[in-house]
Design a protein around this ligand. Structure first.
Ligand code: MIC
Ligand code: SF4
Length: 653
């Protein structure tokens, strides 16, 4: 039986385990990326591990999330990151140079290589055949130190693309169509491999819109084969020599297969407040819109802004609607400016932002109260835009531009006949100043520069024998990391100061949580399905740990967050729906038996006693390595122990 492309790349990087779905495998990581809001912990952990030089082929540090530097703490973080990149040997992309995924794909992403990034949209270059995965920062620190990355071997699912996109349908509609079909849980434990005749109809950047937003399906990653379209892209970014032909065997054995006929697609839109709340645009048409934004790592590239610019050329946007364009990279900004498109957009009434994540996480351009915002982003989780009861819709740049023209959600097919579908066009060459990437050998920094807000990473004691405490909070399904540790400006500046950041833990669900958790000296979180979906931010595990939370009982966990819980020594137990229903907030939870011993010995079923009254079972689905990490009180302690035990490379190696 032939191999999938996933199996081929993983096979070439395998250092431990077998490529059997569900089995834990260790893979070698060629490239790592990190960004400003997760990167500070990455480097603090790299330092705490006693490592002194980047060991992976390439490491890149981006400053993209909080580039407005509203507070000196953000600026200090950026200076610290530059000093860390300089000290340890990573590339440094200066604040404002663009979103990590956009800058990485332009400069470093390479087919056939593995990439690990402390950002959940790291899978973006899957569109050019790179096996790219998002993870918590500690896993990135270890991989950067030369250690393997461990994951459960995912099921590989074929997504067969037939036909060709009609007129106004775009790559964004392909991934929105997938979300409509499969939901935000549809990709958990899976890799989506795109195949079929429809693949060659899509350019590399279009493919990267799809792989970027595969994260919203919960997928481990998404992957396209490479072909002339990949080569064309690599040549235009000036790295044609990095092209490698890659694809699955003809008789590859997929776990499952989904077929999507591109010719049947139409413009789609995700309604508030979940990326899978997708309907055809025509069903939402007519809704009045206050704000339109084109940008983000999904649809902020040069090729994404261009169609909107063409649609708005010599026209003006609706007077009651504001429109902002935030190009994904400074190079895209520069190219749009040099070609005159920035001026066209400005003349149409559009405002430009620097290249940043910004509005995607509620930093700038926060929607007004009781207003509607239409964005080309990938996430519209409630409150993520910076206002609690927001109404954020997600769509393609074409739908966004049509909407800005009319002031209401508009299917571009209903625009005046003189506005034609602009199509999708790559520049002949991606050209711009190169001065915003500082190379590892640059003599700028040697030695870490820490401002007063940059603290240490707290460590947890080894797992105790007795675990008991109250159910501190009962939550529903699909709780996101934006609920656990929001990313808005007021909070984001504390990403390097865990004691302070912890005060905001779960504040969007219950603002008394942090105080109650600290006062209770231990306790548990209770949640429904897909707990911790969304971002890779390890703060969502680290802060509850700092507040004394000992474990999470949930019906299921999102992949990256589950790994982060192990990494910070929190016990993740799966419970069934009846148990979830029966336990109330405040109920006393006791894990019966010697927990540390049971974890170490491989026990899967744990007896959980509630209120000293009734018992149920919680399941721990964990590899031997994950159990050791948990028992040690988290991965930092575990790796240090191993390191002290004589291993030269970081422990996981
Ligand atoms: C996001 O899109 O939620 C973020 C902000 O990029 C996060 C990273 C973070 O929390 O810093 C992610 O996707 O991992
Ligand atoms: Fe930035 Fe938004 Fe992309 Fe996250 S999803 S990397 S916040 S643009």
């Amino acid at each position: 039986m032939g191999k999938t492309l996933t199996e081929k790349i993983l096979d070439a990087h395998l250092v431990e385990g077998e490529l059997e779905p569900g089995e834990e495998i260790g893979i070698e990581i060629d490239q790592v990326l990190t960004q400003d809001t997760t990167g500070t912990l990455v480097w603090l952990q790299f330092e705490a591990l006693g490592l002194d030089e980047v060991q992976s082929e390439l490491a890149a540090q981006y400053c993209d999330h909080q580039t407005y530097q509203f507070d000196f703490k953000n600026t200090d973080d950026h200076r610290f990151l530059r000093s860390a990149a300089g000290t340890y040997g990573a590339y440094f992309s200066r604040p404002g140079n663009g979103i990590c995924h956009n800058v990485h794909r332009e400069n470093f992403a390479a087919p056939g290589k593995t990439l690990l990034g402390s950002d959940s949209h790291t899978p973006t270059p899957g569109g050019i055949g790179q096996f790219a995965i998002g993870s918590g920062g500690l896993d990135v620190a270890v991989a950067m130190g030369g250690g393997a990355y461990y994951i459960e071997m995912p099921e590989v699912v074929e997504v067969r693309l037939e036909g060709e996109l009609p007129g106004w349908a775009t790559a964004k509609d392909i991934i929105l169509g997938m979300l409509r079909r499969l939901s935000v849980k549809g990709g958990v434990g899976r890799v989506f491999e795109y195949t079929g005749p429809g693949v060659e109809t899509l350019s590399a950047p279009e493919r990267m819109t799809i792989t970027n937003m595969g994260t919203e399906l919960g997928a481990t990653t998404s992957l396209f084969p490479t072909d002339e379209r990949t080569q064309e892209y690599l040549e235009r970014v000036g790295r044609g020599d990095e092209f490698v032909p890659l694809g699955p065997d003809e008789d590859a054995d997929y776990h499952d297969s989904v077929t999507l006929d591109l010719s049947e697609l139409e413009p789609l839109i995700a309604e508030p407040s979940m990326p899978d709340n997708v309907v055809p645009v025509r069903e939402a048409a007519g809704t009045e819109v206050d704000q339109v934004i084109i940008g983000s790592c999904t649809n902020g590239a040069y090729e994404d802004v261009l169609p909107a610019a063409k649609m708005l050329e010599d026209r003006t946007i609706d007077l009651s609607t504001e429109m902002i364009v935030a190009p994904g990279s400074k190079k895209a900004s520069e190219m749009l400016a040099r070609e005159g498109w920035t001026a066209e957009l400005m003349a149409a009434g559009v405002n430009f932002s620097e290249s940043t994540c910004g509005a995607c996480i509620g930093i700038g351009h926060v929607p007004g109260s009781d207003s509607v915002s239409v964005r080309t982003f990938n996430r519209n989780f409630e409150g993520r835009s910076g206002i609690e009861e927001d109404n954020v819709y997600l769509c393609s740049p074409e739908v966004a531009a049509a909407t800005a023209l009319t002031g209401e959600i508009t299917d571009p097919r209903d625009l005046d006949a003189d506005i034609e579908a602009p199509g999708y066009e790559l520049p002949d060459r991606y050209e711009g100043a190169e001065s915003d990437i500082i190379t590892p050998d640059s003599p700028i920094d040697d030695g870490l520069i820490k401002g007063p807000n940059i603290g240490d990473v707290p460590l947890k004691e080894p797992l105790e024998t007795q675990l008991e405490g109250p159910t501190l909070l009962k939550m529903g399904d699909n709780i996101t990391t934006d609920h656990i540790i929001p990313a808005t400006q007021d909070i984001l500046m504390y990403r390097s100061n865990i004691p302070k950041l912890s005060e905001f833990t779960l504040s969007r669900v219950d603002d008394t949580f942090a105080d109650r958790a600290l006062a209770s000296n231990g306790g548990f979180l209770l949640a429904g399905e897909n707990y911790g979906q969304g971002s890779s931010r390890e703060h969502a595990a680290l802060c509850p740990m700092f507040l004394g939370v000992e474990g999470v009982l949930a019906q299921s966990f999102a992949r990256i967050h589950r790994a982060n819980l192990f990494n910070f020594g929190l016990l993740p137990l799966e419970i069934d729906p009846e148990t979830y229903e029966r336990i109330d907030q405040g109920d006393h939870v006791e894990i019966v038996d010697d927990v540390a011993e049971a974890v170490r010995s491989g026990r899967e079923a744990f007896t959980v006693r509630i209120n000293n009254d009734w018992e149920t079972t919680g399941h721990l689905d964990a590899s031997a390595r994950e159990r050791d990490i948990l028992a040690a009180g988290g991965k930092l302690s575990y790796v240090k122990q191993q390191h002290e035990g004589g291993s030269a490379a970081p422990a996981d190696d």
